[in-house]
Design a protein around this ligand. Sequence first.
Ligand code: DON
Length: 304
Amino acid sequence: MNFKEIIQEIYQQINNIDDKGQLASYIPELANIDSEKFGIHISTIDQVNFGLGNCYDKFSIQSIAKVLSLSLAYSILGEKIWERLGVEPSGTAFNSLVQLEADNGIPRNPFINAGAIVVSDILLSNLENPKEDFLAFVRSISNNSELNYSNKIASSEKSAGFRNTALCNFIKSFGNIQNKPSDVLDFYFDLCSLEMNCKELSELFLFLANNGCKINDNNLILTKSQSKRINALMQTCGFYDESGEFAFKVGLPGKSGVGGGIIAIHPNQYVIAVWSPKLNTKGNSYKGMRFLEEFTTESQLSIF
Ligand code: DON
């Protein structure tokens, strides 16, 4: 099966559709992005790489970074991490506050903002230099010392981060945040500001298609069981209140970000990264979702 041909064909098709999405203007700096950008890159376990369009332009990966922060926190705490986080889909928006009161400050899952803020708190408690150590972790998985945060995006998000501030303070009131909320939020905004292109993203996430193991040197990032569980969480919670729709239409574990990026993983086969900045009403890339739906339909390379 020639997936390069399929990707080329679908890329042309989706490039021409009417994009009904909107840029994520609640982070002021994200409203300045060229909304016409569209990139795709696939990396397979057996080291085939193929990309199209703006696949070498860096963008803000936003919530996709939550998979990386969870991976590091899970590798440090092991199963104890689930004392502070749930593993259920929330069925609510990524930045929702509503369930926290009833759930006593335990976020439903690590990918909603509430959960990712608790993961940031865990890393703050366990890393000597959280900002530097987290970046070193990401660089070491990807063998790419060029990867970096964007100070511009981080401070833009901080200047308008009232909802995340509310979430962090609210969780702290239940005792599920141990550090100073302003420190936790600074770190959370930094990790969301990581910048990468589609090629870097698809290569970086190969460890989750490879049972937690780095492709090049077989270094274990996560155990096989941890890798399975993170894929399961991406499948059930990676797209917030559109997770069911993504499973239904695309049929792969994945994670979106409000910068317009999506990664999708086929365990034991490949990782595909898509970037198109305009978002649907659920906060997920409009064209990205459409592309992946067509890709797994045409190629029949979904996990189901
Ligand atoms: O906290 C926020 O709102 C952003 N830094 C991340 C949100 C995000 O990417 C949600 N994803 N679709």
